[in-house]
Design a protein around this ligand. Structure first.
Ligand code: NAD
Ligand code: MG
Length: 406
């Protein structure tokens, strides 16, 4: 039987990563000051020299970035906001670390052959650009920035196949699916089931959701994450984006993707095979495991992620999502099925609506309402180019501006 491209990829990276005396993998961490970025540095610090930071990039939190530079001594620090970069005094850089400024400089540095792995963990649509640069350079990308695939999934996956780049998911659900898929062949997959915590309002009555405040929505019951994705978890728009992400990452039609609510966030997702076998990956909610998996795949080493305690009583509950109270999930199924420009429009509308919600300009329940309208009214294109995607992103943000004035 001919080897699948996945088998070949596994084989070549097994050779690359074999043994603890293998050369360290040099890592570029994009968004190093964020929640995923900081967890990535934990993984690197605990890797016993297997992983080495080569480049750290952030937008404007320069103090934190400089602290990271002093601790990790990367070759490059990149600050994408030129105004923030201008505040860094050359003397504050550790010896051996150079500073680069702006997104163009970051794109260029990502082509450096010294970089073995790129962690794409910039928040939001801004992450597409640098992920694309890493894909162009044929890198192995540990992808946390789900927006990359939501906005431009078909283009990104096609370009990766052309340049030899690999995309390994960091999103915990997709990481679980990536791991479970190893139990069968692609044509044996019946469906992928993404788990969702249900967020802080899983049991909240529908008529009280409009009054939810940003403070309440920012209190996630199981995961500690950046503010934007935390609001998305509360509306369940995060699951909508993840359905679209899964659609392109795994190349399966939308009707093979399902969502189940699992409040404990221990089962990270499941794959059902044609014979009815369901394979899941379990672990405490701790992003350091999927980050390490993506950085070292297919190698597994002891790491800093928390462990399940089977000596304690553990409950695992599952329930179907309530699409009336969380209409965002329906929008995700719809956008995954339509493809084309549906993902970029849904994502941009949501980013703006969430910004409006955090600024007190729109109600919690308006977020999905606004997104549904903008998605329904947008000038759909089946096969957008990167330019079309940028145009539709801007268009959707402008449309949301008609509802939100902040
Ligand atoms: P965060 O807000 O904590 O951090 C964002 C990082 O991106 C920061 O380092 C910031 O400096 C940088 N950044 C922001 N805007 C930028 C810009 N315009 N240009 C360059 N850099 C910029 O976000 P996070 O929670 O770490 O999430 C990062 C990505 O990972 C998002 O796409 C999110 O959906 C995804 N993700 C996060 C988690 C999680 O547990 N936090 C889980 C799954 C997926
Ligand atoms: Mg996730």
């Amino acid at each position: 039987m001919p080897a699948s491209s996945r088998d070949l990829a596994v084989e070549s990276s097994r050779r690359e990563s074999a043994g603890s005396d293998a050369a360290p993998l040099r890592v570029a961490v994009l968004g190093s000051t964020g929640s995923i970025g900081r967890s990535t540095l934990d993984v690197i610090a605990a890797s016993g020299g297997r992983l080495r930071p080569h480049l750290l990039a952030a937008h404007s939190s320069t103090e934190q970035l400089l602290d990271q530079a002093r601790q990790f001594r990367p070759r490059w620090l990149v600050v994408t906001d030129p105004a923030a970069a201008a505040e860094i005094a050359a003397a504050s850089l550790p010896a051996g670390t150079s500073l680069a400024t702006g997104p163009e400089a970051l794109d260029e540095l990502l082509a450096d052959p010294a970089i073995d792995r790129v962690v794409s963990a910039i928040a939001g649509a801004a992450g597409l650009r640098s992920t694309w640069a890493a894909i162009e350079a044929g890198k192995t990308v540990a992808l946390a920035n789900k927006e990359t695939l939501v906005m431009a999934g078909p283009l990104v996956m096609r370009r990766a196949a052309e340049t030899g780049a690999r995309v390994i998911p960091v999103d915990s659900e997709h990481s679980a699916i990536h791991q479970a898929l190893a139990c069968g062949r692609p044509d044996e997959v019946e469906r992928l089931v993404l788990t969702a915590s249900g967020g802080p309002f899983r049991t909240r009555p529908r008529d009280s959701l409009a009054a939810v405040t940003p403070e309440e929505a920012l209190r996630h019951p199981t995961w500690s994450m950046g503010p934007k994705i935390t609001i998305d978890s509360a509306t369940m728009m995060n699951k909508a984006l993840e359905l679209i992400e899964a659609r392109w990452l795994f190349g399966l039609p939308a009707d093979k993707l399902a969502v189940v609510v699992h409040p404990q966030s221990i089962v990270h997702s499941l794959v059902e095979f044609v014979d009815g076998a369901v394979i899941a990956q379990l672990g405490p909610p701790d992003m350091r495991l999927p980050i390490q998996y993506a950085l070292l795949f297919p190698e597994r080493i002891a790491g800093p992620a928390r462990r399940l305690d089977f000596a304690a009583t553990m409950r695992l509950d599952f329930e179907p999502p309530d699409l009336e109270r969380f209409p965002a999930v329906r929008l995700g199924h719809e956008a995954a099925a339509r493809g084309g420009t549906a993902g970029v429009v849904l994502n941009a509308a949501n980013e703006e609506a969430v910004r409006g919600f955090l600024a007190g300009a729109v109600r919690f329940t308006d977020i999905a309402e606004i997104c549904g309208r903008v998605l329904g009214e947008h000038p759909y294109q089946d096969k957008p180019t990167l330019e079309d995607i940028a145009r539709l992103d801007a268009w959707a943000r402008q449309e949301v501006g008609k509802w939100v004035c902040v």
